[in-house]
Structure formats: structure tokens, C-alpha cells
Design a binder for this molecule. Structure first.
Ligand code: R5P
Length: 265
């Protein structure tokens, strides 16, 4: 692996082989998402506990202190919105020149396997990999489902992850699924991180799916709403960190969350 590529990946994936990415890119198609109305304020207290943040160039330039040393994963696909015709119809929004200018450690883009725009999104990924590899910038592919959350099952996710890796993604972000997640990871020759999806009912549920996902081979998470839409986002990210980097069980993470929430830590 070229030095630049290896250096960038090592900033994202920690020496223990694990990673906690914090995405705040939701506005690129959802607008001012709840609790992300002012992304700078949302992310500031959480930054110390994230291994990297994922966001668009617009939010990076306007909301993040340029003196930060936090690695940046730049979202470079878009061009659709929640109220538009089809979320799958994304294109590449950001040039590799801008990626380098912003000193990003990686870029990310969505692929929409099985959608009307499957072909375009897969060629977008291939072209982005072609360009980014020239400069040693890793591409993280996001296996997106748009509004069809029911697609999050092992057979479909395994298909998406494998295709993303075959086309050259260095990391794949996909959803966790209760059954067969180990098959999703096994079929994907590059590291897999788990995306959260909409906020779930309880904190314990989050700790459980992260813990189980890691046991089954994921290297960590790219988790947004289940962190910053929680009433206690700092407690949440610290507890998630303990599962990822300190092998806490879900119960131990819940105890940590409760004690931070109650001001005991
Ligand atoms: C959607 O693709 C966004 O890019 C988010 O980065 C992704 O969905 C992960 O965030 P969340 O855990 O809120 O789903």
C-alpha cells in the first residue's frame, strides 16, 4: 500500500483495529435534521471521543475549527433530497482537488444496489476510486437503502458490501442486521463499519447491536442519530467507545452510560 493511503487509513482505523466514526452529514439530503440544526454546536462536545467525523465540505468549512486534528471523512455524493423524486439518483458533488485542499483523510459516497440508479451509483464509485487512488485517498462506500429500511437484511447487505469492495472501496459502511451479519462481513474483504439508521428505542439496543456486530467481524461504527439525538450524547458516545475500544459488554456500557448521565463520572 502506498504511504499516503496507509497513513490516511491509519488515522481512521486505530491501532487496536477498531474505529468510531461520527457522521454529521445528514443535512446533505435531509436539511436541518433534528439536533443537527447547528452542526458545529452538536459536534463540539463529541469530537474528543470520535476517531473521525464524516460530513460535507459545506459543513466542514462553516462549522469545524480548521485547527482541529480530527480526521475528516468527506461525504462527496449527493444531489437529491427527502422531497425529491428518488434518493438513489446521487452524483459526485466534490472534486478530488477540493478533497485534498480540505485535507480529508477519506471520502465517502453512497451506492444504491437494486435501485433504478444502481448502474450510475456503481460507476460513480468506480470513477471516484480511480481518482482517489491516484492521490492515496481511501474511499468509504456507503450501502444506502434510501427510504426502504426493510432492505436491511443479510443477503442484500452482503451483496452490496461485496460489490463495493470489488469496485475498490477501502472501507464499507453498511447496516447491522440481526440474522446473518457474520455472512455480510465474511463476504467483504475490506473493513466494515456499522451505520446506525434512525434512532432506536433504548441505549441498550444500540450497545447490543454494536457489540454483536463487532463479535461478528465489524471494526466499529459510523453512527450518528443514535448518538447526537440522544438526550445525553456525550454519555452515549463515551459508552459506545467503551464497547468498541475497551470490549465492554452491552450491560457494562449501559452502566457507564447511566453513571455519566447521573453525573457520577
Ligand atoms: C446517511 O447515509 C448518512 O450519510 C449517515 O452518515 C449515515 O446514515 C449514518 O448515520 P446514522 O447513524 O444517523 O444513520
Amino acid at each position: 500500500m502506498d504511504w499516503g493511503m496507509e497513513n490516511r487509513l491509519s488515522r481512521l482505523i486505530q491501532p487496536d483495529g477498531r474505529a468510531l466514526f461520527l457522521p454529521i452529514d445528514h443535512g446533505y439530503f435531509q436539511g436541518p435534521t433534528r439536533k443537527l440544526e447547528e452542526p458545529g454546536k452538536t459536534v463540539e462536545p463529541l469530537l474528543p471521543y470520535a476517531d473521525a467525523i464524516m460530513l460535507t465540505r459545506g459543513i466542514l468549512r462553516t462549522c469545524v475549527d480548521p485547527t482541529t486534528s480530527k480526521p475528516i471523512i468527506l461525504r462527496v455524493s449527493g444531489g437529491t433530497s427527502m422531497v425529491g423524486e428518488d434518493l438513489a439518483n446521487e452524483g459526485i458533488t466534490t472534486s478530488v482537488r477540493d478533497v485534498i485542499r480540505l485535507n480529508a483523510s477519506a471520502v465517502s459516497m453512497s451506492i444504491f444496489v437494486g435501485s433504478k440508479y444502481e448502474h450510475e451509483s456503481l460507476l460513480n464509485l468506480s470513477n471516484l476510486v480511480n481518482e482517489c487512488e491516484e492521490y492515496g485517498v481511501p474511499v468509504m462506500a456507503v450501502t444506502a437503502v434510501g427510504k426502504e429500511l426493510e432492505k436491511r437484511e443479510a443477503r442484500y447487505l452482503a451483496l452490496c458490501c461485496r460489490i463495493a469492495a470489488e469496485l475498490g472501496a477501502r472501507v464499507v459502511k453498511t447496516y447491522y442486521c440481526n440474522e446473518g451479519f457474520e455472512k455480510v462481513v465474511r463476504g467483504c474483504p475490506v473493513p466494515v463499519v456499522i451505520a446506525g439508521g434512525p434512532k432506536v428505542e433504548s441505549e441498550l439496543e444500540v450497545f447490543e447491536f454494536i457489540h454483536d456486530g463487532i463479535q461478528k467481524g465489524a471494526i466499529g461504527v459510523n453512527l450518528g442519530r443514535n448518538v447526537w439525538q440522544n438526550e445525553h450524547p456525550v454519555a452515549m458516545i463515551k459508552a459506545i467507545r467503551s464497547v468498541i475500544h475497551e470490549d465492554y459488554t452491552p450491560k457494562e456500557a449501559q452502566d457507564l452510560f447511566d453513571s455519566i448521565k447521573e453525573g457520577k463520572q
